[in-house]
Ligand binder design. Sequence first.
Ligand SMILES: [Zn+2]
Length: 187
Amino acid sequence: MGTCRNCERSGWFLSITSDGLCHDCQNGINLEVTNRVRIVKESEEIIERSKNLSTKVSRAECIIQRLEGLLRYENKGIPTIKPAPSALLAQWQEKKDVIILDDINAALNVANAKAVSSKSDKLKHRAFIRVFSKIMTFGNKLTDPTVLDRVRDMVLRTTLELEERIKNSKPGLVKKNSMPDNTELPR
Ligand SMILES: [Zn+2]
């Protein structure tokens, strides 16, 4: 007597495929796997091409969701894809972290370079605000959001110092720029 691993139907006349499924489930799961794999592949290509962090993160999340759907079958002992959904899922969760951290790191490098090369506090400020908003928008999507705490605090401090400098350097104000030029910047 066969029992389907998915719908758990069983019976003397129920024929079971080599994956341990009844034919209805086998057909349905084949179709679902094909669709999920297609979306994963499309999303991978988009991530590869895109330079937009928001696009890349939302596509990585889309891949993770699709793989989670396949993980349900893996947990029932039903084969779907190779490597197994659980292995790919772990890889993609890590990849998503790398995508976010690489992008924030690149923005931070730009801001640090500007802090050295630019004479304009406004341009420096803009560069650091950009880093700060990336941290605020994407930091909580990391597996461990606390890894950015120290950087976030330093970027915020630098941003506030620059704001103060910009405010104090407005024409008409008597107060002279009191900040040293070599303001410590996050590395
Ligand atoms: Zn079934």
